[in-house]
Design a protein around this ligand. Sequence first.
Ligand SMILES: Nc1ncnc2c1ncn2[C@@H]1O[C@H](COP(=O)(O)OP(=O)(O)OP(=O)(O)O)[C@@H](O)[C@H]1O
Ligand SMILES: N[C@@H](CCO)C(=O)O
Length: 311
Amino acid sequence: MSVYTPLSTAELEHFLSRFALGSLQSFRGITAGIENSNFFVSTGAGEYVLTIFEHHTADEVQDFVRLARHLGQQGLRVPAPVADRQGEWLHQLKHKPAILCPRLPGEHISNPQPEHCAAIGSALAQLHIAAADLSPMRPDNRDYHWWLSTGPQLVSALNEQERGLLEDELAYQTAHRADWLALPQGWIHGDLFHDNALFSDDGQVAILDLYNASAGALLYDLAVVANDWCCDVNGVWKDGCVEALLSGYQTVRPLTAAEQAGWNLVLRGAALRFWLSRLLTRRLQQQQAGELALQKDPAEFMQKLLRRRAQ
Ligand SMILES: Nc1ncnc2c1ncn2[C@@H]1O[C@H](COP(=O)(O)OP(=O)(O)OP(=O)(O)O)[C@@H](O)[C@H]1O
Ligand SMILES: N[C@@H](CCO)C(=O)O
C-alpha cells in the first residue's frame, strides 16, 4: 500500500473544513500508486481523491494542475482539483503539497485488449492535441540526460551482462539522438500505464496521474503505452494490441513519416527509462525501510528492452 503520509480522521476533518463540501463521511488510503500518498474521501458533497505529493514541490504541482485544467476545459476526463472557500486549490498538508480532486468514474482494466488499446490511443492523441497550445512546458526530468546521469549510478544493482546492456543502449540512444529530437514534440503524459486509466460504461476514458507530464516526443508517449498495454511482462506483443493502439491514435493524429521510422527507437528508449526508474525506486524504497510501498519489478523492463532491441 502506498501511503507514505498517514492521516488521522481529525487531521482530515481539519483539512476539509476549508472546503464547502460538507462533512467527512469516510476515507481510506489507496493501495495503488507508488509515488504519492492517495486517499479516497467521501463527504456530504460526493466522492474525492486527496493526493499528498511526496517528491514534488508546490511549483511543480502548479504545472500539473495548469495542464489538468487546460485539458479538462477541452473535455478530456482528467483529475483537476477543486478550490476551497478562498478559491485556493493547492494546499499544504503535513508540510507537503496536497490537492483534492473529484473522484473520476470508471474501472481499471487488468488485462487490456485491442478495444482498450484503440480507446487509449485515441484519448492520448486528443491529449497531445489539446495540450499543444499550453505554454510553457515543463522539462522532462526523466529524459535522455537523466538516463545518462542516473544509469551509471545504478550499475551496482546489475550483473556484468546487464551493465553491458545498459552501456550499449545508452550508446545507441546517443548515436540516434538527432533522430529523436527531430520527432514532433509537445506535452506528453509520460507515464500512461494501464493503471493510470479508468474505463466507464459510457465509453469514456479517464486519464489519471499527470504527475510526470512534461515536454517530450509525442511518439515516445505512445511507446510508453505500447510497452505496458500491448505486451506481456516479457515484452511479447499481444495479438492485435499495438495495431489497435496505433490505429486508435491515428484516427485523431496521423503519425508523420519520421515517427513511423522512429518507432523502434522510442520503444527502446521507453523501456530503458522505466528499467532505470524502477531500479532507482527500488533503491529508494530499500533506503526507506519500513515504508508500506508497492514494488514494481525493474527486470520486467530490462526484458522488454531486450525484446525491442531484437526487433
Ligand atoms: N481522480 C481520481 N479518480 C478516481 N481514482 C483515482 C483518482 N486519482 C487517483 N485515483 C486512484 O488512485 C490510484 C493511484 O493514483 P496515482 O496513479 O495518481 O498515484 P501515484 O502514486 O502517482 O501512482 P504511480 O506513481 O504508480 O504512477 C489510481 O490508480 C486510481 O485507482
Ligand atoms: N508507471 C511506473 C511507476 C510510476 O511512475 C512504473 O510502472 O514503473
